[in-house]
Design a protein around this ligand. Structure first.
Ligand SMILES: Nc1ncnc2c1ncn2[C@@H]1O[C@H](COP(=O)(O)OP(=O)(O)OP(=O)(O)O)[C@@H](O)[C@H]1O
Ligand SMILES: [Mg+2]
Length: 266
C-alpha cells in the first residue's frame, strides 16, 4: 500500500531517552531517527523491552527526551512543555494504549469522556456539533451511540472499554494515531474489525497510524512501513515489501523467522 501523501508528518531526529544513572542506566530509546508521512500506516516491532512504548510516549510528548528532537509538520515540538502548547499538539496527535482501565475515569459517562476528549475543539463547538462528533467517533469503532452514551466504565465489557478509548482518541480527528498494542485485550474478531476501522480512517481524513506491537505478522499485514527496534535502537526501517522479501539486519531476520514458526505452530 503506498501512503496517501509524500509530505512528512512527523520526524524524530536522534531521539534518545535514558532512565537511571551510572552503571544502572538504561538507554530505552537510543538515537532513533524516523519519518512518518501523512496518511502512512507504519508499525514499530521489536521484543519486550526494546523501547517501543518509550518511543511512543516521547512522540506523544508525555515524556521529555534526553537528547534529539521531534518535528511535527516541520515545527520543532520538543521544547514545548506548557499545557496550552501540548493541548494544541494533542489536537493533532492522539494515542491508544493497551490497558483501557488505567485511563478510565469511573465517574464519567461515555458521552462526558468523549466530550472531554474533544479538548480545545470542544469549546468551539455547540452542543449539537459536540453530540454529532461524539456519535461519529463511537460509530467509527462499531459501537451503538444510543446504547453507549450513558454508560459508565463498570457497565462495559473489556472490549467495549477498549473501543471507547479508541473513539476518545479519534474524536478530535487526529492527523496521527499512536496505537500501542491497542487490540491485545479484545477477541480476535473484534480485533480484525477494529483494525479495519482504523485503516479506513486513513482514506476518510488522511490520518497516519503508528502501530506498536509484538505481532510481526499483524504489522506486516496492516503496514506500509516497518520500524524494527532492538535494545532501544532502530535497527532497520523501510517498506514492508522490501523488509519481508530481504531483511537486512540479522535481528529482523530472527523476528520474521520466529513469527513464521509461531504461525505454523498455531
Ligand atoms: N519509567 C521508567 N523508568 C525506568 N525504566 C524504564 C521506564 N520506562 C521504561 N523503562 C525501561 O526502558 C526499556 C524499554 O521499555 P519499553 O516499555 O519502552 O519497552 P517496550 O518495547 O514497550 O516493551 P513491551 O513490548 O514489553 O511493552 C526497558 O528496559 C524498561 O525497563
Ligand atoms: Mg510497550
Amino acid at each position: 500500500m503506498p501512503h496517501a501523501d509524500d509530505s512528512v508528518l512527523i520526524e524524530t531526529q536522534h531521539l534518545t531517552r535514558t532512565f537511571g544513572q551510572g552503571a544502572q542506566q538504561v538507554r530505552a530509546v537510543d538515537d532513533v531517527s524516523l519519518r512518518l508521512h501523512r496518511g502512512e500506516i507504519a508499525s514499530v516491532v521489536g521484543e519486550s523491552g526494546s523501547g517501543k512504548s518509550t518511543l511512543a510516549r516521547l512522540m506523544l510528548r508525555l515524556l521529555q527526551p534526553s537528547a534529539g528532537r521531534i518535528l511535527f509538520e516541520g515545527a520543532d515540538v520538543t521544547r514545548q512543555s506548557r499545557l496550552p502548547e501540548l493541548r494544541r499538539y494533542w489536537q493533532r496527535v492522539q494515542a491508544v494504549f493497551q490497558d483501557p482501565s488505567a485511563s478510565f475515569n469511573q465517574f464519567l459517562t461515555v458521552r462526558r469522556l468523549l466530550e472531554r476528549g474533544l479538548g480545545l475543539e470542544g469549546s468551539r463547538l455547540d452542543s449539537k456539533e459536540r453530540d454529532a462528533r461524539v456519535r461519529w467517533a463511537l460509530e467509527r469503532v462499531a459501537l451503538n451511540p444510543g446504547e453507549m452514551l450513558a454508560k459508565l466504565s463498570h457497565e462495559m465489557s473489556g472490549g467495549e472499554r477498549q473501543r471507547v478509548m479508541i473513539a476518545r482518541a479519534l474524536v478530535v480527528r487526529p492527523l496521527l494515531l499512536l496505537a500501542d498494542e491497542p487490540t491485545t485485550m479484545v477477541d480476535a474478531s473484534s480485533r480484525a474489525s477494529i483494525l479495519n476501522v482504523l485503516l479506513d480512517l486513513r482514506d476518510e481524513f488522511g490520518m497516519a497510524i503508528l502501530f506498536i506491537t509484538h505481532d510481526v505478522s499483524l504489522a506486516t499485514y496492516v503496514s506500509d512501513t516497518l520500524f524494527v527496534m532492538h535494545d532501544g535502537r532502530l535497527v532497520e526501517s523501510g517498506g514492508v515489501e522490501r523488509i519481508t522479501a530481504s531483511p537486512e539486519h540479522a535481528y529482523t531476520r530472527q523476528l520474521f523467522a520466529d513469527a513464521f514458526t509461531m504461525s505454523e505452530r498455531g
